[in-house]
Design a protein. Structure first.
Length: 75
């Protein structure tokens, strides 16, 4: 499968620059970007494209990545 035309570029999301929570890890922070990326574990005949969210933890630290479906507004 060929790469989508918007591969490895940011896509809009309603929570960008807002406080969010990653339900997979429980981490809260600011949603910095959502990017379409190839998530295949190794070079293969079949690519796997997904929207990946990048969250910067409050108080600093390394941004974490998670599936965009795991992002919810922080309370």
């Amino acid at each position: 499968m060929a790469a989508p035309h918007d591969a490895n570029t940011e896509v809009p999301h309603p929570f960008l620059r807002r406080r969010v929570r990653d339900i997979a890890s429980g981490t809260e922070g600011t949603l910095m970007a959502v990017v379409v990326e190839n998530t295949a574990a190794a070079p293969s005949y079949e690519d796997r494209w997904a929207e990946i969210a990048y969250i910067r933890p409050h108080g600093g630290g390394i941004e974490l990545s998670t599936a965009v479906a795991n992002v919810e507004p922080a309370s």
